[in-house]
Design a protein around this ligand. Structure first.
Ligand code: PRP
Length: 176
């Protein structure tokens, strides 16, 4: 099977993740705890690399959501599949996403997590498709802006394929 063409190389990803970790570590340097919440499944590799490069005290949580819709078509409705395990009340939360596309998932998560009473909520995404935005959602840390293209690798899939590619590659979706 041929490999998807490279959009963002492994070296460029690692360099940018190191920069983001430095920026986040600087911004949270006076906090004694930050809870990184990885949004499954796509964020698992980014979260692993980012969290290991931080120089501040941090704990890891995961959350899982599912969006109604078929294949690559987003409907906008988001449903919680798995909540965080730990208590986030009074704590500093950083949501870690692999990609923000329409913004519905992140917008839902911010609202939902806010109801748990954290001290603060910030957001971080490796990839941002700004031109696809349907809701206004604040993203504090962005790795790379990309166009309206379908991407795989470094945690992202297309039909569950190519999540473990070390780089971000392009694929042609079959249903859009
Ligand atoms: C992707 C991504 C975000 C969401 C972004 O998840 O990880 O959670 O879509 O899209 P939005 O901004 O349009 O809401 P996906 O549904 O592909 O699930 P996965 O991470 O389990 O692959």
């Amino acid at each position: 099977m041929s490999q998807p063409p490279v959009l963002i190389s492994e070296a460029d990803i690692q360099k940018r993740v190191a920069e983001l970790a430095e920026e986040i570590s600087r911004d949270y340097q006076d906090k004694d705890d930050v809870v990184l919440i990885g949004v499954l499944k796509g964020s698992f590799i980014f979260l692993a690399d980012l969290s290991r490069r931080l120089t501040i005290p941090r704990t890891i949580e995961f959350i899982a959501v599912s969006s109604y819709g078929n294949g690559s078509v987003q409907s906008g409705a988001v449903r919680l599949v798995m909540d965080v395990r730990g208590n986030i009340e009074g704590r500093h939360v950083l949501i870690v996403e692999d990609i923000v596309d329409t913004g519905h998932t992140l917008s839902y998560l911010i609202g939902m997590l806010r109801s748990h009473g954290p001290a603060s909520i910030r957001t971080c995404t490796l990839l941002h498709k700004a031109e696809r935005a349907e809701v206004d959602v604040k993203i504090d840390y962005v790795g790379f802006g990309i166009g309206d293209e379908w991407v795989v690798g470094y945690g992202l899939d297309y039909a569950e394929q190519n999540r473990t590619l070390p780089y971000i590659g392009n694929v042609e979706p079959t249903d859009r």
